[in-house]
Design a protein around this ligand. Sequence first.
Ligand code: NAD
Ligand code: GLY
Length: 373
Amino acid sequence: MTAAAPSISTTHVPIALGERSYHIHIGCGLLGDAKSWAGLPASADALIVTNTTVAPLYAERLAAQLATRHRRVLQIALPDGEQYKTAATLELIYHQLLGAGCDRKTVLYALGGGVVGDMAGFAAACYMRGVPFVQVPTTLLAQVDSSVGGKTAINHPLGKNMIGAFYQPARVICDLDVLDTLPARELSAGLAEVIKYGPIADVQFLDWIELNLDALMSRDKAALAHAVRRSCEIKAHVVGQDEREGGLRAILNFGHTFGHAIETGLGYGAWLHGEAVGCGMVLAAELSARLGLVEAALVPRLKKLCQRAGLPVQAPPLSVLPLARWMDLMRVDKKAEGGEIRFVVIDGLGRAAVRPAPDALVGEVIAAHAAAA
Ligand code: NAD
Ligand code: GLY
């Protein structure tokens, strides 16, 4: 049984947030299509926030479109990498805006992956107490997750994404063509966030991913269009009910409590965010099974899927990331309450919940999946 991939005509997924509502445009050739930008604020100034890798690939194409709508189109190419998702890099954006005399109507365009999107979004939230911004995600991970829903942040040496704001973009433009230049390892990292949506919200989508993983890995546009659209629909549904993560939205962090500990523990950039999430989902599935919430068969199922997607499924050796360090790192997680770590668990396949778990059990789960030294 192979599910028929839908056509790749442009689709618009709505995010319903009252006066902060917007659309996610998904399709091919969107960067160079005037329709993508129609209706957005057309103020005097636009600032494209990108990085040194993405700028030479796509900044001119975007700038050419924006030049028809803005008097000045400025650009800033940030250093590339998770290790630069810092307050110091944010300062570069403010410096450019203030140095160029940009007013409070200036529109920021985040052209890049999740690192650029999170930083440009946070800069937009803060500059003159808030200017409009548009997400133009260029990684699969950013198209299916980080550009949608208004979480913006920078890292702190003591914790990932700890300084930030909820600030919604005016639009999200997912041009599937830009994924052609994405390195294979980054495509795999994005697939981790696609896979995530299956166990937490949509068993049929999990089945579909298993059947169509090869097409996704070979960047088949119809398969990518379906994966991006279904992921965005699920995320839009969750964010529409719980924009500021009062409760439900936390389920989007399946695998992330373990994953963030890996990222922070090994040093930002050693494992890609999506890689850490992939491995983290295997651990979170194991925890769910040991808590008796889901059948144990989910663990090998997810492990196999992540492996096929090119993701690491073994946690770092305990000699590299000792258990005590894992626990310390996970206690800094934003879901932790009063020092108690809380995990997103699968509570019956296709449904997620947030639960505490005994430290000893969590330690057993990590030890069971840690690579030998
Ligand atoms: P990234 O932004 O570092 O991009 C990955 C790499 O791909 C970079 O080297 C980048 O320069 C390069 N790149 C981007 N687009 C390219 C293209 N089209 N062709 C060639 N190279 C390209 O990483 P990411 O995986 O996109 O994002 C990870 C970040 O997103 C993390 O900081 C994570 O915390 C954040 N995130 C945020 C949310 C949210 O809701 N805000 C959700 C998930 C992840
Ligand atoms: N990536 C998790 C969220 O947006 O809530």
